[in-house]
Structures are given as C-alpha cells and as structure tokens.
Design a protein around this ligand. Structure first.
Ligand code: SF4
Length: 181
C-alpha cells in the first residue's frame, strides 16, 4: 500500500495540557462516523470538512516545538484515517515523542481490524489508546484525560505483550510536590 502523504485535519493545539500527560502537541483529525450525543467536537464530524495538510509539513512543525513531550491524535476519529495517522505517529516516534491516540472504537474492535485493517498499524504506533465512544450517561469532570467512564486508558505495548487489555498507570506522570513544601 502507498504511504499517505496528507492528512485531513480539524485543527491542532501545539501546547495542550488536557490531552494526556505533560505538554503535548495535539492533532485533531477531521471526520468521525460515531455521532456520539454530547460530542465535545461536533464540527470535527463531517468527513469532507477541515483542511488537508502534508504530513511532512505537520511533522516539521511538531519537530520545531521543543517543549512537547509527545503527540496526541484525537478528533474526529483517527482510526478512520488510520494509514495517514500511522505515518504521522511513526515519524513522531522517530523524533522520540510518545503517542497517545483517542478513538470512538474499542481496543478489541481496532485489534480485529475495524473499521479498516490499517487500524492495527496505528495501534502498533500508539503508546496509549483512549478507547470507546463518549457516553453522556457516563460523563464526569472528575475523569482524567477521558470524557466518560466507559473509556479506558490502555497501555498498548503492554496489552499486546500480555494478550489482554492492560490499563495505563498514571501515577508516575502526576506532578509531585517538591520535598521542601
Ligand atoms: S468519537 Fe469523539 S469526535 Fe466522534 S462523535 Fe464521539 S465524541 Fe465526537
């Protein structure tokens, strides 16, 4: 398969502190078929909207951001542009950045090749997957990095090694008080 050179974007946030731990370069893709009631980003749903961007150009912008510790690919639905997001994630990992990916699909669906066999490739390039649709009845502002309690923070490499879902542990990433305080 030809490697994609472009990606359809809803937008970017070069200094996000709400899409995963630390300071992150967040990439919001355009297009999502889930239609979750109460979606936080309804303008990102139409698949023909947004802007088309060269992946190399986007990676160059990310590389120039010396403060970001990782990238977060959200949306929209990243796995409905799985091949393009895989290439983006691959190039960012070469830069030493970790990759968080959000999806309205569950890990089990993605591992089974839904919505596209390329979903497995994007999982391979993902460190942490936040999975599942937004469910209004499960919404809480108390949740960290996810909107509803059905969604999971999944350590993808550990999950693939174990053969079952392994949740990502957050403690090491929480800010700690200096000992002198
Ligand atoms: S998966 Fe995310 S972007 Fe898509 S409809 Fe649901 S909340 Fe909105």
């Amino acid at each position: 398969m030809t490697t994609p050179t472009t990606i359809r974007l809803y937008g970017t946030a070069p200094d996000s502190i709400v899409d995963g731990p630390g300071l992150r370069f967040a990439v919001f893709v355009q297009g999502c078929s889930h239609g979750c009631p109460g979606c936080h980003n309804p303008d990102s749903q139409p698949c023909g909207g947004g802007t088309v961007r060269a992946i190399d150009d986007l990676v160059a912008e990310i590389a120039a951001n010396k403060l970001a510790q990782g990238i977060t690919i959200s949306g929209g639905e990243p796995f409905e542009q799985a091949a393009a997001c895989t290439e983006l994630a691959r190039q960012c990992r070469v830069l030493g950045l970790n990759v968080w990916t959000y999806s309205g699909y569950t890990y089990e669906q993605l591992a089974a090749g839904v919505p596209d066999p390329a979903a497995r490739d994007l999982l391979q390039q993902t460190d942490v997957l936040v999975d599942g649709p937004f469910v209004q009845a499960c919404h809480s502002f108390e949740l960290k990095w996810r909107g509803s309690s059905n969604q999971r923070l999944i350590d993808v490499p550990a999950t693939q090694r174990a053969g079952h879902v392994v949740l990502w542990e957050t403690e090491d990433y929480l800010p700690r008080k200096p000992a002198s305080w």
